[in-house]
Design a protein around this ligand. Structure first.
Ligand SMILES: [Mn+2]
Length: 289
């Protein structure tokens, strides 16, 4: 090929964990969703897919070659939440249809309403998040980053939903969670009772054939991860986060997303922790199967 010199001398920009693997050779298919149009406090998570790729190229990961992933690129920009959800669903369908696991780089949390709706029976939904995202309505809209989990539960019969690290919610959300059997583990429980929480999570998930894992990086304390759109004090530490991610992912990942990183407010901590959590999840899922 006459253009070989272009690939030899020049670099087209970061890919997730430096992957140059094609879709056919991958077990995990990564794509970005640069969308933050329903942001209520600090917009900017649309810049996260690029920031996560950038951070991922500078971190070092033992055994990263065991994780066979392809970075497919980003969805095109849109300001319409329904268009974004439709595109996420179409791409997830293609990836799952090819027998691969989707790994989604958000963007705001709303995207999970579409990706997690593709969950099969006997797959648990596990969400790490400071928030419950189960409001009925927020800032005059029904579909946004603060309501998506309620919309998902209303539209799909999920066998098990676990929310880990929660600490910021209103009474209406807690009541909805209790009524629908959503299990909520607070950040206080994780920080003060770590070993029993860890055992409880692995006991609950042992009955399932797989997990869809949604990682909202605001689950971490803002001291570790300041660059998120809605920082909430009193969060968990990275070491405990990675360990719980490992325990959950060892069940077998059927899908994963990492959301709410906001590079506009980040000092690098949120991006690096997000990438490391994804790496911990993929390695645990790969080596347990
Ligand atoms: Mn959140």
């Amino acid at each position: 090929m006459p253009e070989d010199w272009i690939r030899f001398y020049l670099y087209k920009g970061p890919s997730f964990v430096g992957s140059e693997r094609g879709f056919e050779e991958a077990d995990y298919a990564v794509f970005g969703v640069p969308f933050d149009s329903t942001a209520s406090y600090r917009p900017g998570s649309r810049f996260a897919p690029l920031a996560l790729r950038n951070a991922s190229e500078y971190l070092e990961f033992p055994r990263e070659d065991e994780i066979r992933l392809a970075d497919l690129g980003d969805l095109p920009l849109t300001n319409d939440v329904n268009v974004m959800l439709d595109r996420v669903g179409r791409v997830v369908d293609e990836i799952v249809g090819a027998g691969k696991v989707p790994v989604i780089l958000g963007g705001e949390h709303t995207l999970t309403l579409s990706s997690a709706s593709k969950i099969d029976k006997n797959v648990a939904l596990v969400v790490f998040d400071a928030h419950l995202d189960m409001r009925d309505e927020y800032m005059d809209t029904k579909v946004n980053h603060a309501t998506w989990l309620r919309r998902l539960i209303e539209s799909k019969d999920l066998e098990k939903v676990l929310v880990l690290g929660a600490r910021a919610f209103i009474d209406e959300e807690l009541a909805f969670a209790e009524d629908l059997g959503v299990e909520v583990v607070t950040s206080l429980e994780i920080e003060t009772n770590f070993n029993s929480v860890k055992k409880k999570i692995s006991d609950v998930l042992s009955n399932f054939s797989g997990v869809y894992l949604s990682l909202d990086i605001d689950v971490l304390d803002p001291g570790f991860a300041p660059g998120v759109s809605n920082p909430e004090p009193g969060g968990i530490s990275p070491i405990k986060f990675f360990e719980l991610v490992r325990v959950v992912s060892a069940i077998g990942l059927k899908g994963l997303d990492v959301v709410e990183v906001n590079p506009v407010f980040d000092n690098g901590g949120a991006s690096a922790n997000a990438v490391y959590a994804v790496y911990a999840a993929l390695l645990a899922s790969t080596t347990s199967s």
